[in-house]
Design a protein around this ligand. Structure first.
Ligand SMILES: Cc1cc2nc3c(=O)[nH]c(=O)nc-3n(C[C@H](O)[C@H](O)[C@H](O)COP(=O)(O)O)c2cc1C
Length: 191
């Protein structure tokens, strides 16, 4: 049997804080990728707020923006892990998406992706994820539909070192990554 073709994914967290439960979720995802898939976390905290004045001459774009766009363009798939802020995406992640959505050759266009999120309360970021899906339409991000990863009461699922220790959540993350790998290969026309 031919082995599956490699899927190289990158992960973006929607939270900048050191103790972020969503960054912890993304770190767990790195450990849970299926065979044939890799996941590298990309930090983008130096990306400035979007300013259209900076995009008139592509060569003049900020280095941090070029780095983020190149990382997205070079990835086979994207994994987002984000908290819900005021029923929506954190501004830092929306800002990164705005930069990555602009021509020439918008790197988000046609990119397979999965979204996961964790909240300390009981919503599990469902409203943020529905907003994310709305944004995915215009940016033409090809978001995986299922399984959804909605982590509730996140503090109970992490240990003191912010390792994801809740087995059902680990299993769900692993299932989503497996589905993302299959989705990516399907979009490549492999199956
Ligand atoms: C500005 C702001 C808005 C928030 N809005 C929501 C919200 O709408 N729904 C929710 O469940 N939690 C909300 N929270 C709580 C965060 O989702 C929670 O603190 C989460 O764990 C933060 O993610 P992190 O641990 O990855 O930083 C909000 C927090 C902040 C700072």
């Amino acid at each position: 049997m031919t082995p599956p073709t490699p899927v190289r994914a990158i992960g973006l967290s929607g939270s900048l804080r050191k103790g972020s439960h969503n960054s912890a979720l993304l770190r767990a995802a790195v450990e849970l990728v299926p065979p044939g898939m890799t996941l590298e976390i990309v930090s983008y905290d130096d990306v400035p707020m979007y300013n259209h004045d900076l995009v008139h001459a592509p060569g003049a774009w900020p280095e941090s923006v070029k780095k983020l766009r190149d990382a997205i363009a070079g990835a086979d798939a994207l994994v987002f892990a984000a908290p819900e802020y005021n029923y929506s995406l954190p501004a830092v992640l929306k800002n990164a998406i705005d930069w990555a959505s602009r021509p020439p050759q918008p790197p988000l266009d046609g990119k397979p992706a999965a979204i996961m999120g964790s909240s300390m309360g009981t919503s599990g970021t469902i409203r943020m994820q529905m907003h994310f899906r709305h944004i995915a339409v215009f940016t033409n991000l090809l978001l995986l539909n299922k399984p959804e990863v909605l982590v509730t009461k996140s503090a109970e699922k992490l240990d003191a070192e912010l390792r994801l220790v809740d087995q059902p959540t680990r299993d769900l993350v692993a299932q989503q990554l497996l589905a993302l790998a299959a989705w990516t290969r399907r979009l490549r026309g492999e199956k």
